[in-house]
Design a protein around this ligand. Structure first.
Ligand SMILES: CC(=O)N[C@H](C=O)[C@@H](O)[C@H](O)[C@H](O)COP(=O)(O)O
Length: 221
């Protein structure tokens, strides 16, 4: 897997529904800034954002298409969703690789195989546990990412990243492991790479000014 050099930093350019930055143009500007800063790739949501970012930067784009209920399987849940972001210019597709059933009941291996055959792009499985990571690799995922750790159990989301999951996956899987989810400091990024991650995806800490403001505001209380 040579899409991303070893020890790459990938920047996730996504804005929530309430964000003033939501929309293809702001996300494309964000991606340009990330590229100017040295990012090796961009992660982006939805065909409109992916298309605008594709036109703005010459970097690999991890395309996702969030559809449906955020409490369930919603990151690129179907082959049709994957096709939309690939047509828009995504270099590879990330999708929910947890052990939860997909809304349409299609098994992960079948979905990955259709994406490989019909779209010809690599697939990154966003997982929540070690078991899901192993299963995703067996199902044909080309990369496995820790993206969904902390988000599927129904409990509070932890403050920090799941470095243990990254270390376990990296020591077992014969594919690149990507660290993603709540990486907020350069030290955490280095720790993930030193634990065996091939690349680290950082979103909120770089591209969400409201969250960054709230983070600094804690010091004023
Ligand atoms: C759980 C979920 O839906 N994660 C999403 C996946 O695309 C995004 O909302 C995250 O921002 C992204 O994973 C990057 O993580 P962070 O923003 O923590 O650096």
């Amino acid at each position: 897997m040579t899409l991303f050099p070893a020890r790459s930093l990938i920047v996730s350019c996504q804005a929530g529904a309430a964000s003033a930055l939501r929309g293809p143009e702001p996300m494309a500007l964000m991606a340009r800034e990330a590229a100017a800063g040295g990012a090796a790739g961009i992660r982006a949501n939805g065909p409109a954002d992916v298309a605008a970012i594709r036109a703005a930067v010459d970097l690999p784009i991890i395309g996702i298409h969030k559809l449906g209920d955020p409490a369930g399987v919603f990151i690129t849940p179907t082959a049709a969703a994957a096709a939309e972001v690939v047509r828009a210019g995504a270099t590879l597709v990330a999708l929910d690789g947890t052990l939860r059933p997909r809304p349409d009941g299609v098994p992960l291996a079948a979905l990955i195989s259709v994406i490989h055959a019909d779209l010809g792009v690599p697939v990154m499985a966003d997982v929540d546990t070690y078991e899901a990571g192993v299963a995703a690799r067996e199902a044909g995922a080309d990369l496995v990412a820790s993206t969904l750790s902390g988000y599927t159990g129904g409990g509070p989301v932890p403050d920090g990243p799941d470095l243990d999951l990254v270390a376990r996956l990296a020591s077992t899987l014969d594919c690149p492991v990507v660290a993603e989810g709540r990486y907020a400091t350069p030290e955490q990024v280095r720790a993930a790479l030193d634990a065996g991650a091939h690349a680290v995806v950082v979103g909120t800490a770089i591209t969400n000014p409201a969250a960054i403001t709230r983070h600094f505001l804690r010091a004023t209380a």
